[in-house]
Design a protein around this ligand. Structure first.
Ligand code: ASP
Length: 577
């Protein structure tokens, strides 16, 4: 007898039917002559009932079932006397007439329930058991839906799914490569792709016009909470496009994904220039769920004898609506918070807006009520608000203010995981100076085109050149980024020069692409979205590990299969290592 229903399917309308279910034993409860078992599969939980009076042998047999035994049961759907309105099958149970143990199980090392008692380490080691739990399965199901929504949208828009190779050579994303020794070419190594960047550009030279791929990328970077050494991108490229063609297409994709997965319309996604994002939010991935924007207080703070402000390049404030409720103790705690080395501010100045024209600041010695009124005006403060001020070097103080803004956003409950707000950030700097080496680095990658009106500055003032590059941020997280590419040989040459590549170096590393560009490269541009991050965001979790079936731990180890592992002597010899 095959299973007739899943464990999540039966309702009162099925009462009287004879059914067969299969699944895992979640729990067993023995009461006097009765035995109850919760049977679980991916679809839900159904209660099984056994009664000693009706079938003594069967009841005794049921009592030998342990947690996670795999069983197939046969019986009649009956109305439950003790209904459970917390689960969809809670009105019925199965009066079991026969069952078969398909497999016994060892007692699992942690409870397979929504709230498990297992720590992360043990759950990663027994990931296949962790994956039996609802909260994890739900996330994988969500990820699968996201995948489908992406594919549906891109296929409808005429994109072609093309696979590109994994055994390649160094890609230009600027991280460390994972390498694979070649047995047939002793002493030589493949690199795993940090992204399919060069291949997708080659596909444009080939005339594919619109390409996409949901693809693994590999970057050997130090651990961060939202990073994995291998991760998945939605990688895309288009020909004969300008920036807004790309942005419109992918704004459409993200909106359609949110609609189908979450039933949420993100609306039109605003565009901010990099400069504007830094000025208003102190971040190139601003969290747009709330306002509390950075306000320039230079004009109303300088020249009043307060040395800290007078010597600062920038004095920047945020206005915390209703923030006057914070006690002195809480303000001290905030001050300590910004002074932690991770933030690095020297101190925090505050001004309470007690009422219109009634202010109390920590710098009353230098600023009278009238002058503080100017602060409040600049900040559009209302009675009961709190103005918080940091000062210093522009770039630093903006970054610090961004951290403080996010911290207060959390404190004030303005960053709910159920709320989503996206933005585009455009016109990033083309290059940034590496302080140590004194060299210019591509902020995105070396194929990113400068804005046409800025190309002149590539020789005179590289730091001021804007790139035709764009990122999408959602809730303060970068979820995607890309650029219009350089398709002109001369311009590409200038870019390599700026980055300090000799012609030979450029040829050695990217010769295949530069050569391809000699044969009629169309103007093109593209973007890549982080699928893991998008999934995590949609699933409301902070860790991308939660949305990856078999993730690595924070040392880059898979502790379930125990990788990486040493090679044996034989393998080493074969590989010439
Ligand atoms: N290859 C880039 C990245 O992985 C994305 C792009 O430029 O399309 O960030």
């Amino acid at each position: 007898m095959h299973r007739t229903h899943t464990c999540g399917e039966l309702r009162e309308t099925h009462i009287g039917q004879t059914v067969t279910l299969s699944g895992w034993v979640q729990t067993r409860r023995d009461f006097g002559g009765m035995t109850f078992i919760d049977l679980r599969d991916r679809y839900g939980i159904t209660q099984l009932g056994f009664n000693e009076e009706q079938d003594k042998e069967l009841n005794t047999k049921a009592r030998s079932l342990g947690r996670e035994f795999v069983v197939k049961v046969h019986g009649e759907v009956i109305e439950r006397s003790n209904k459970n309105d917390k689960i969809p099958t809670g009105n019925i149970e199965i009066k079991v007439t026969a069952f078969e143990v398909l497999n016994a199980a060892l007692t699992p090392p942690f409870t397979i329930e929504d709230d498990t008692d297992g720590g992360e380490e043990i759950r990663l080691k027994y990931r296949y058991l962790d994956l039996r739990r609802n909260p994890i399965q739900e996330k994988l199901i969500l990820r699968s839906k996201l995948n489908k929504a992406v594919r549906d949208y891109l296929n409808d828009a005429g994109f072609i799914d093309v696979e590109t190779p994994y055994l390649i050579k160094s890609t230009p994303e600027g991280a460390r490569d994972f390498v694979v020794p070649s047995r047939m070419n002793e002493g030589q190594y493949y690199a795993l792709p940090q992204s399919p960047q060069t291949f997708k550009q080659l596909l444009m030279v080939s005339g594919l016009d619109k390409y996409y791929q949901i693809v693994k990328c590999f970057r050997d970077e130090d651990f961060r909470a939202d990073r994995q050494p291998e991760f998945t991108q939605i990688d895309c490229e288009m020909s004969f496009v300008e920036r807004d063609d790309v942005l419109n297409t992918f704004e459409g994709m993200i909106r359609s994904v949110f609609l189908s997965v979450k039933n949420i319309d993100l609306g039109t996604i605003p565009k901010l220039s990099y400069d504007e994002a830094m000025r208003r939010f102190g971040s190139d991935k601003p969290d747009m769920r709330f306002e509390m924007e950075l306000i320039d207080l230079n004009s109303v703070t300088k020249g009043h004898g307060f040395g800290v402000f007078d010597s600062a390049e920038h004095v920047i404030a945020i206005n915390v609506s209703g923030g006057n409720k914070y006690t002195r103790k809480e303000l001290d705690a905030l001050t300590d918070w910004v002074k932690r080395p991770q933030i690095g501010a020297l101190g925090l100045i505050y001004c309470r807006v007690n009422a219109a024209n009634d202010y109390k600041s920590s710098v009353d010695k230098f600023f009278d009520q009238q002058q503080l009124a100017l602060w409040a005006k600049q900040c559009a403060s209302k009675p009961d608000d709190l103005i918080l001020v940091l000062s210093g070097n522009t770039e630093k103080v903006r970054k610090q203010m961004n951290e403080l803004r996010l911290h207060l956003g959390d404190k004030e409950g303005l960053r709910s995981k159920d709320k989503f707000s996206a933005c585009w950030v455009v016109d990033f700097p083309l290059v940034e100076l590496d302080e140590e080496s004194g060299k210019w680095h591509a902020m995105h990658h070396p194929f990113t085109s400068p804005l046409p009106q800025d190309t002149e500055k590539m020789t005179t003032n590289p730091g001021a050149v804007r790139a035709n590059a764009y990122d999408m941020a959602i809730n303060g997280m970068e979820v995607g980024g890309g650029s219009i590419r350089i398709h002109d040989k001369q311009l590409q040459k200038r870019m390599f020069e700026l980055l300090g590549f000799t012609e030979e170096e450029a040829q050695a590393q990217f010769g295949f692409l530069l050569n391809a560009f000699e044969y009629g490269a169309p103007p093109h541009g593209g973007i890549a979205f982080g699928l893991d991050r998008l999934s995590a965001l949609l699933a409301g979790t902070d860790s991308i590990r939660d949305v990856i079936a078999f993730p690595k731990n924070n040392m880059g180890r898979d502790i379930m299969i125990d990788a990486p592992a040493p090679l044996n002597a034989e393998q080493k010899k074969e590989l010439g290592l």
